[in-house]
Design a protein around this ligand. Structure first.
Ligand SMILES: [Cu+2]
Length: 141
């Protein structure tokens, strides 16, 4: 009989330990869960002007062009954007951060950003950037 309080308290400690372990596993699992970001295009504007994503984890972007005209989604630093402003590449399909969005289609692309930084995403079809087809992508630690 004198041992029962010990059993009860050790049982509670065991349950608390289990709960703590479950919380840790959950935190680790959520840090590894895929990150999905949805951005749609409507009337030549992106649905989000600022997007935050974590560094070091694959981020899948679901890009939904609801317009009856083509667009593109180019994410990168200023040097990348300047290259596309003055470039002649008409269609993008081979690099994850550069996606052509045909009229009325949805495309997905998965990118792992290596470090925290601030990037932009822009549609470089003629006149679209000036019309406002730009956004900021913040890669957080
Ligand atoms: Cu566009």
């Amino acid at each position: 009989m004198t041992r029962r309080p010990f059993l009860v308290s050790s049982g509670l400690a065991f349950l608390a330990g289990l709960a703590l372990a479950a919380m840790l596993v959950s935190a680790v699992a959520s840090a590894r869960e895929p990150v999905t970001v949805r951005i749609s295009v409507h009337y030549a504007h992106f649905s989000a002007s600022v997007v935050e994503v974590p560094a070091g984890r694959p981020v899948t972007f679901v890009l939904d062009n609801t317009d009856p005209i083509d667009h593109e989604w180019i994410v990168g630093d200023e040097a990348t954007q300047e290259r596309h402003r003055t470039g002649t590449e008409p269609y993008h399909a081979s690099r994850p951060p550069e996606v052509s969005l045909d009229a009325g289609t949805t495309k997905t692309t998965t990118i792992t950003f290596d470090r925290p930084r601030v990037l932009t995403f822009v549609c470089h079809l003629p006149g679209h950037e000036a019309y406002g087809m730009t956004g900021t992508l913040i890669v957080t630690p």
